[in-house]
Ligand binder design. Structure first.
Ligand code: GDP
Ligand code: IMO
Ligand code: MG
Length: 430
């Protein structure tokens, strides 16, 4: 059986976790291919809410095998903490159901210190990173000085290279006027984590090949979102990896011919956390209504950092662009319930940039910052949508909205999420 790639179509937090949980019910393996614990994916099942950062959302389903691909940057201490949290919640974590690529790169405390130092140095132009050390870890990877997860198989050599890495990073930190990292305690903590993780280290590409040949369906779970992609996002207000479709192939060591579905996940409106342009951003009462007060776990506050998310109307210029760069075969919309109660709902269908109508996003943030959205207005609805399970269970205005988005995107709609719970999903006939 082939592979499905699931990708955030916006700036992250589209509800990939809850959609991955749904698609995992039709998959044998779920694999993360990019990013690290900058991600925060939420899966709500009954009275339990799982917040996953590194481990694929498929872990919540008992018979699913989960894998962390070579494209990831992994903080071993945080991974062990996440594993322990899941074990405490009653989830089985064994080397039979969790595989970590020997080729994935390692995030160290020095990377975290360098991330903070770089953000401080950027001042008003700070990216607003999650301060998880993501950028510096990928810089070491592409600079060919990184530490790979496979090094944890030889603990003594691992401790030595980690010490050397921290000492070298400390020189950079001191030169820039920042506090160095204490190598001793950091190495001790990482050695303890390495002992725990050793049994899980393997060749993930080989594992996926075997599974695909044996007829398994593999779900490649994207993190972040298309507009945070290092190549296709709003550079430099991006992350340091490739959350887009190509990243799934390089980040897992699979070929393009095994992929038969590329599922784009978009919120029914837009959110962004961190700096960078967001043409449809709202302020005031409308933004507050979309964001929520923070008392529900699904309100628009970061799953990883707790920061309030910037909120705005859906942006079709960006969504069509995401469909193009990823080659989406279908669209899943989430959080439709949040739009209940608005009299009118706006959707950006084009931009006005310096008096010119543009239907594709410009390639520089400077131009994007000048983009004025051109809106199309949809009629709102007052009825509850949370209990809908069939397309005809949706209020007619809500159905017209999601079908309108699907038409504007030029993509078939596979499902619409109408609440955070596993079963709060309207599946559209294929
Ligand atoms: P991810 O990073 O793309 O996995 O998304 P996050 O988990 O960071 O953020 C999405 C939030 O919205 C989570 O709290 C989800 O539980 C919640 N969520 C997902 N789908 C829906 C939905 O249809 N309705 C509501 N109200 N919440 C949802
Ligand atoms: P999930 O998988 C939303 C954003 C950060 C910042 C930029 C760079 O939950 O959708 P980084 O720490 O990666 O160097 O930060 O990217 N960012 C996310 N925003 N959801 C995420 O992940 C994100 N991961 C990174 O806020 O703007
Ligand atoms: Mg998230």
């Amino acid at each position: 059986m082939p592979a499905t790639v699931l990708i955030g179509a916006q700036w992250g937090d589209e509800g990939k976790g809850r959609v991955a949980d749904w698609l995992a019910s039709q998959s044998s393996v779920v694999a993360r291919y990019a990013g690290g614990d900058n991600a925060g994916h939420t899966v709500a099942v009954g009275d339990k809410v799982y917040k996953l950062h590194l481990i694929p959302s498929g872990i919540v389903r008992e018979r699913v095998i989960c894998a962390l691909g070579n494209g990831l940057v992994i903080n071993p201490v945080n991974l062990v903490r996440e594993m322990d949290g899941l074990i405490a919640a009653g989830i089985s974590i064994t080397p039979q159901r969790l595989a970590i690529s020997v080729r994935a790169h390692i995030i160290t405390p020095a990377h975290i210190a360098l991330d903070r130092a770089a953000e401080t140095a950027r001042g008003a132009e700070a990216i607003g990173t999650t301060l998880r050390g993501i950028g510096p870890a990928y810089m070491d990877k592409t600079g060919r000085t990184g530490l790979r997860a496979g090094e944890m198989l030889d603990i003594e050599a691992f401790a030595e290279s980690l010490t050397r890495h921290i000492e070298s990073a400390n020189e950079r930190l001191i030169r820039k006027g920042f506090e160095p990292v204490a190598a001793g305690p950091a190495v001790a903590e990482y050695v303890t984590a390495a002992h725990r993780l050793r049994p899980y280290l393997t060749d993930v590409s080989e594992l996926l090949d075997e599974q695909l040949k044996a007829g398994a369906r593999v779900l490649c779970e994207g993190a972040q979102g298309t507009l945070l992609d290092i190549d296709h996002g709003d550079y430099p207000y991006v992350t340091s990896s490739s959350p887009t479709a190509g990243g799934a192939l390089t980040g897992l060591g699979i070929g393009p011919r095994v992929v038969d579905r590329v599922v784009g996940v978009a919120k029914s409106y837009s959110t962004r956390v961190g700096g960078g342009p967001m043409p449809t951003e709202l302020a005031g009462e409308l933004a507050d209504r979309l964001r929520g007060s923070g008392q529900h776990f699904w309100d628009e506050f970061g799953t990883t950092t707790g920061r309030p998310r910037r909120c705005g109307w859906l942006d079709m210029v960006q969504l069509r662009y995401a469909a193009r760069v990823n080659g989406f075969t279908e669209l899943v919309l989430t959080k439709l319930d949040i739009l209940t109660g608005f009299d009118a709902i706006q959707v950006a269908v084009a931009y006005d940039i310096d008096g010119q109508r543009r239907s594709t996003p410009p390639s520089t943030v400077r131009e994007l910052e000048r983009a004025q959205p051109i809106y199309e207005t949809f009629t709102g609805w007052q009825e509850d949508v949370q209990s809908a399970r069939q397309p005809d269970g949706l209020p007619s205005a809500a159905r017209a909205y999601v079908e309108g988005i699907s038409a504007l995107a030029g993509l078939p709609l596979t499902a619409v999420s109408v609440g955070p719970e596993r079963d709060q999903l309207v599946v559209f006939p294929g």
